[in-house]
Design a binder for this molecule. Structure first.
Ligand SMILES: [Zn+2]
Length: 465
């Protein structure tokens, strides 16, 4: 595989002395991360040797915060100095790849109701807050009543507890006819569904969703491609699938917090709050499809904590109820069974980062989905639209196996063509979870728009029937 990341400063992890190695001997180590950020930041990205297969699964199984990124035989782990010690003690060969600025905590804004003015509320140079996203949906529906329908499909975990939280919201966009946008799997038009920020810290994905919504409602009647799409297809967008998690991220302001999971602290209320020890359940390990399999953790403080039981989380349950309202079940339960060729619908879950298009099965790469040829072909096409650095494959073929993902669930339970996009490069000016906001316009959107259009156009017949 081609190198995906920049050359590394070769700093060996030496047990408890990780931070000391970095700060004390910059010259001996060659080009060292910026000293200011070393001193300021207790957060590191470790490059860890973990070839595909046993070593990679062992790394995830031990609960390290493994990033969605692979460079040949290496994976990348986010954590603090103690994480380096833990990697050493677990027998992994690791070096410090990056030193990240320390996230800062600020109290959340308390706000019970979304207001129209919230649409301008941003953090970290332009990223919209949850309230801004919800105000945006309201405005779109108000300005385009012939096109847009906002759907409240549930409550976030915090809201179910009566402790703040958010409605879970989707928007259905189509040129409305009778029966459109109803939660009825036998509705007349095929459906393309895309969601962002199931993993809260993956900021780019929510912004792409915002732009996609605007592109559709502003283009209808003037852009022939958009007009044809909305005349024939329902486009569903969930811009933020994990609003409680995003609320935690945005509280960091100009130094967003690295929260990935939801806010459910029923288990693991003693998690320290560092990048390697956070409350919450990983909503992309919680789904009832080979739940508790590879790539998920039993430890409530781990970033890949699968939750106490399959589908335990409010956000997971609500998404599944929504998808069952949108799509008929077209697939049997056998691992190798295919959905029929005339199955409709496409679902894309946007994540960050690594420039990958992934498709089921995520829980194993020893088995292929019954519709593998069509899924793989679509993934190849979408990766080509993303650019030459994009790759495609089952997760275990290019990254690592991960069980309990919503993407596997959609295909497993319903037979609907399902994909994950890992958006963004692993190095360079627009890399990582928190690219500068200017990267959205300059780098991501020009690539993501054709990918979205392609996926949406496939909704009537993803399997070629
Ligand atoms: Zn993700």
């Amino acid at each position: 595989m081609k190198p995906r990341r920049r050359p590394l400063p070769a700093l060996a992890v030496a047990g408890v002395a990780v931070a000391a190695v970095i700060t004390a001997s910059p010259t001996a180590a060659g080009p060292v991360p910026d000293v200011t950020s070393v001193l300021a930041g207790p957060t590191y990205v470790y490059k860890v040797r973990a070839p595909l297969g046993v070593a990679a699964q062992d790394l995830l199984g031990r609960g390290f915060d493994v990033l969605e990124d692979r460079d040949g035989e290496y994976l990348f782990v986010l954590g603090d100095a103690a994480t380096g010690t833990g990697l050493e003690q677990a027998g992994f060969s690791a070096v410090v790849d990056e030193v990240l600025p320390a996230p800062q905590w600020a109290p959340p804004k308390a706000k019970a109701q979304v207001e129209a003015a919230d649409i301008d509320e941003t953090y970290y140079g332009g990223y919209h807050t949850v309230n801004a996203h919800w105000a945006h949906l309201d405005l779109v529906a108000q300005d385009h009543p012939d096109l847009a329908t906002v759907v409240d499909y549930g409550d976030s975990w915090r809201k179910t507890q009566g402790s703040g939280g958010y409605d879970l919201r989707a928007v259905c966009i189509t040129k409305k006819n009778a029966g459109d946008c109803a939660l009825d799997p036998n509705a007349p038009k095929p459906r393309f569904f895309v969601m962002g920020q199931l993993h809260a810290r993956e900021l780019t994905t929510g912004d792409v969703a915002w732009r996609w919504i605007d592109h559709l409602v502003q283009g209808y009647g003037t852009d022939a491609e958009v007009t044809a799409l909305l005349d024939t297809t329902e486009v569903w967008v969930v811009p933020i699938a994990n609003p409680d998690g995003v609320d935690m991220v945005q509280q960091g302001g100009d130094t967003p917090r690295y929260q990935r999971k939801n806010a459910n602290n029923t288990n693991g209320s003693n998690c320290s709050g560092t990048t390697s020890s956070q409350i919450g359940i990983d909503l992309n390990r919680n789904a009832d499809s080979h739940w508790s399999g590879p790539g998920s953790s039993d430890n409530p403080c781990d970033q890949t904590y699968k939750g106490p039981s399959a589908n335990s989380e409010a956000e997971t349950q609500a998404l599944q109820a929504l998808w069952r309202g949108l799509y008929r079940d077209r697939r049997g339960t056998g691992v190798d069974e295919a959905a029929p060729a005339d199955t409709t619908g496409v679902v894309v879950s946007m994540h960050s980062y690594s420039n990958l298009v992934l498709f089921p099965w995520g829980w194993t790469d020893d088995r292929h989905a019954g519709n593998d040829a069509a899924l793989r072909g679509m993934a190849r096409d979408m990766a080509a639209l993303g650019g030459e650095e994009w790759e495609h494959g089952q997760p275990g073929e290019v990254l690592y196996n991960a069980a309990g993902g919503t993407d596997d669930w959609v295909y497993d339970d319903l037979g609907v063509a399902s994909f994950v996009w890992e958006i963004g490069p692993a190095w360079g000016t627009c890399a990582g979870f928190f690219p500068a906001y200017s990267c959205q316009e300059s780098t991501f959107w020009p690539k993501l728009l054709p990918m979205l259009v392609y996926a949406a156009k496939k909704a009537p017949s993803p399997y070629g029937g």
